[in-house]
Design a protein around this ligand. Structure first.
Ligand SMILES: [Zn+2]
Length: 306
C-alpha cells in the first residue's frame, strides 16, 4: 500500500518536474526581459514584474558561482493574478499553500502575484527559490531527494535563516519529526506539516553544508547528475548513506534543539492552564470534603439524640 502510494507520488513529482505549463492559450501576456531571464505578466502588474525580474537577475550570478553550473536556456517566469489562473496554468496539481512552481524540463516558473497572495518580498524570495530548483536540476538531474532539493533551495534563496526552530523542538519531544524520506510527499501534506517538512529540510541541509562544506555539496549534486542513486552519491562523497546522514543529523538536533522547548511560551500557557484547572479541582474537592464532614457530624448528633 505504502509502496504503491510512494510510486504514485514520485510519479506526480516527476510529472511536475517534466511538465510544460499551459501558458500559451491563456490570453495576452506583457513581457520584460534581461539578458538572462524573462518575465510574463498581466496588465497592471508591471511594477511587481520589474522587482521580481531584478531579484532573479541578481541571484543568477550567485547560483552560477555557488553550484558551479549555468542554465543553457533563459528561464521564463509567469506572474499569475488569481488562484484560479495559477491552478489552470499549473494543471491544478498543487496544494493551495504552494506559492510557486518550476519545471526544469521547460525552464518555466509560475508564481502567484503579490496582488492576491503574499507580499512582494515573499514573492521575490519564492521566485529565487524556484530559480534555484532549475539550477539544481541542471546540475543534478531529476533524482534529487525532495528534502535535499527544498533545503538547498531555501538556503540559497536566503529563506529559513532566523526561522523559529520551536516547531522542530516540539515535534522532537512529541516524537513527530517527519522522516526525511517522507518529505518526498510534501505536496500532499497539510499546510502545518508542510511547514515542518520545509523547516526540517532547511535545517538538515544547513547542517550538512556547515559541517562538510559547499565543495562536498557540489560533488554530491554532480554524482546525482551522473545517475548515481541518492544513497550511492551520499556514500561516494560523505562515506555515509542518507539513513546514516539522518541519524547524525538527529543526534545534532538532540544536542542543539532539545532544550529549546523551555523557551516555548505556548507550553507555559498550556502548563499554566493545566495547573489552574488542577488547583480549582483540589479546591472543589476540599470544599466538598468539608461539607460531607459537616453532614456526618450533623447526622451523628441527630442519631445521638434518638
Ligand atoms: Zn521548493
Amino acid at each position: 500500500m505504502i509502496a504503491i502510494d510512494r510510486i504514485i507520488r514520485l510519479g506526480l513529482i516527476l510529472i511536475l518536474a517534466l511538465y510544460t505549463f499551459q501558458v500559451t492559450a491563456q490570453g495576452t501576456w506583457q513581457v520584460k526581459s534581461t539578458s538572462s531571464a524573462k518575465i510574463h505578466y498581466r496588465r497592471g502588474e508591471a511594477e511587481n514584474a520589474a522587482k521580481i525580474l531584478s531579484a532573479v537577475d541578481e541571484h543568477l550570478t550567485k547560483l552560477t558561482e555557488k553550484l558551479a553550473v549555468s542554465l543553457p536556456y533563459t528561464p521564463q517566469l509567469y506572474l499569475t493574478t488569481s488562484q484560479e489562473e495559477f491552478d489552470r496554468i499549473t494543471g491544478g496539481f498543487l496544494p493551495q499553500w504552494s506559492q510557486g512552481v518550476s519545471s526544469a524540463m521547460s525552464g518555466q516558473i509560475v508564481l502567484k502575484s503579490p496582488s492576491f497572495s503574499k507580499n512582494i518580498a515573499t514573492v521575490k524570495q519564492t521566485a529565487v527559490h524556484e530559480l534555484t530548483h532549475l539550477f539544481i536540476a541542471q546540475k543534478a538531474g531529476h533524482g534529487v531527494p525532495r528534502w535535499l532539493n527544498e533545503g538547498l533551495a531555501q538556503l540559497l534563496a536566503g529563506q529559513g535563516q532566523g526561522e523559529p526552530l520551536l516547531p522542530i523542538s516540539r515535534a522532537m519531544w512529541a516524537g513527530k519529526l517527519i522522516p526525511l524520506s517522507d518529505i518526498d510527499f510534501v505536496d500532499r501534506m497539510t499546510h502545518k506539516d508542510a511547514e515542518l517538512a520545509y523547516l526540517q529540510s532547511f535545517n538538515a541541509v544547513e547542517f550538512l553544508v556547515q559541517d562538510y562544506g559547499w565543495e562536498a555539496m557540489r560533488d554530491l549534486l554532480s554524482a546525482l547528475g551522473q545517475n548515481s542513486t541518492p544513497d550511492e552519491a551520499f556514500s561516494q562523497v560523505y562515506l555515509f548513506d542518507q539513513a546514516g546522514f539522518e541519524s547524525i543529523w538527529l543526534q545534532h538536533l538532540q544536542k542543539s534543539h532539545r532544550w529549546m522547548i523551555l523557551l516555548d511560551t505556548q507550553l507555559y500557557i498550556f502548563s499554566g492552564a493545566t495547573i489552574l484547572v488542577l488547583l480549582s479541582g483540589i479546591a472543589i474537592l476540599r470544599k466538598r470534603r468539608k461539607i460531607y464532614k459537616k453532614w456526618e457530624s450533623e447526622e451523628n448528633s441527630y442519631t445521638g439524640t434518638i
